[in-house]
Write a protein that binds this ligand. Structure first.
Ligand code: NI
Length: 212
């Protein structure tokens, strides 16, 4: 027998904690994220929602700032394929311990800068330390796309975007697209879809006092 049979049906669907991926030039993208002190049920839900958004948008990585959260946390899966669960990483308070293997320039994009791609120089191999969702310390040696994605995401947590790392020539080539995103942001703000800077900062500060 269904133990709930005699009760009126109550929706058990949890309200979403994360609404959307914010786009350049949203101030959350320039906010330096703070280390997390603990992993709790709510944080696990945020991570699940971040992974969902990342896969929905065909991304290979997503940092907390990109969903308007001030925490040092990112998710990634270099395959971008949710079926390849074993490639999925949740990295809390990540730290790059070493960069090696030389530098390589390759095309990058970002879910917060839709439609913009440009070449970025990154280390080809890194050693990354972090905590996982079980609160255990983990260490990974990453290379190729995984190393590139992790460096891109750690940059996010420091308020750095890949467009900050472009050569002047590459930046000039995407200048017009950046201006379009800036105009779109201002339009959305005028429409009341995006709060003002002061409200955004106050919200991030309130979230920080909760768990950092
Ligand atoms: Ni990005």
């Amino acid at each position: 027998m269904d133990s709930n049979a005699s009760f009126p049906s109550v929706s058990t669907a949890k309200p979403r904690l994360i609404q959307r991926i914010v786009q350049y030039p949203h101030p959350a993208l320039r906010h330096r994220a703070k280390p997390l002190r603990r992993v709790d049920v709510e944080l696990r839900q945020m991570v699940a929602e971040m992974l969902e958004l990342m896969y929905e948008r065909d991304g290979v990585g997503l940092a907390a700032n990109q969903v308007d959260l001030p925490y040092r946390l990112f998710v990634m899966n270099p395959t971008g394929d949710r079926a390849q669960k074993e490639q999925e990483l949740v990295l809390i308070n990540p730290e790059i311990l070493s960069r090696k293997g030389g530098m390589e320039e390759k095309q990058e994009g970002c879910l917060s800068l839709p439609g913009i791609y440009a070449p970025v120089r990154r280390s080809t191999k890194i050693v990354l330390a972090a905590y996982n969702l079980q609160g255990q310390e983990v260490r990974y040696e990453l290379e190729g796309l995984a190393a590139r994605a992790a460096q891109h995401e750690v940059d996010h947590l420091d308020g750095v975007l890949f467009i900050d790392r472009l050569s002047p020539g590459a930046l000039a080539e995407i200048r017009e697209k950046l201006l379009e995103l800036e105009q779109e942001f201002q339009t959305n703000r005028r429409l009341g879809l995006i709060p003002d800077d002061r409200q955004i900062a106050a919200r991030l500060a309130a979230l920080e006092t909760l768990r950092t």
